[in-house]
Design a protein around this ligand. Sequence first.
Ligand SMILES: [Zn+2]
Length: 313
Amino acid sequence: MAWNKPLPHPTSISQPYWDGLRDHEVRLQQCEHGHWLFFPRTHCPTCGSRQLIWRRVSGEGRLYTFTVGRVPTLPEFTDEMPQLLAVVELDEGVHLNTTLVGVDPADVRVGQRLRPVFDDRPGEVTLLRYTPVESAHPGVIAGEAAPAAVPAPGVEEKPKRRISCKDIAAMKSLVSEEFTGWSNAFEVTQEIINQFAALSGDDYWIHTDPERCKRESPFGTPIAHGALVQVLVSRLKMPMDYEVVDFVNIVNYGSDRLRFPAIVPSGCSIHGRCRVKSVEQLKSGVQVTLEINVHVVGQDRPSVINDLVMLYM
Ligand SMILES: [Zn+2]
């Protein structure tokens, strides 16, 4: 799986810290008077000394505090929900911000002993995460780790109500303010975005050039074409509890409204839900307007709103 999350940028001052993590060691600065410091600096915040030495430490400590993030801070983090944002107090006394892995949110306790986990997956820098000392989680997350499996859709097949399109009263009863439950999730990979760019001819860099996006795009990562996300609705199985029967043909009339209110960053998963917005009897058949909303998983704001108009004949 491509790594689309923002990454730290080592500076000349912090480089030894990141070099240490790449070697799977935690290194901290210590001044000549024995004060430990973190984050990396040019002088000791306790005594002002500029005589600092980098020292290897165990990296172990205890959980100082934590919070359970259930709404991603950025769409790129939707695959990590719930995210355990933590402050660790190392045995040397300094605090560092991290995320916990290999532990159920219900089992996290302030004060519990933690050990470091070196996350090599990003490639450019190794990230430092933490896990309880007794956790079976490996101490290194390797770059070649298999892609995380997309969670099971959780869509169960229930017997559906069969509604005849010739029964206009029954059809009108489908109109609702309530949306269905969520569909399965589908990952919008950079590969799919590239395929759509080639097919449509819209190969604008904001969709296809991760390096330039990192430098120049406000999103920091490529984003999917709105039109691509719109058509990916075909990949989403909406849990509707009815099916319309008794028609010879369905005609797609297009959309009354099509909006792309929020972006879909490359590598994010999307899911959708829908509702019947209106039902009208026309001479030629029954016209149904279905409001389809597609969201990045975990995002309140939809990425696509489509009022799809269909005619059952
Ligand atoms: Zn000092």
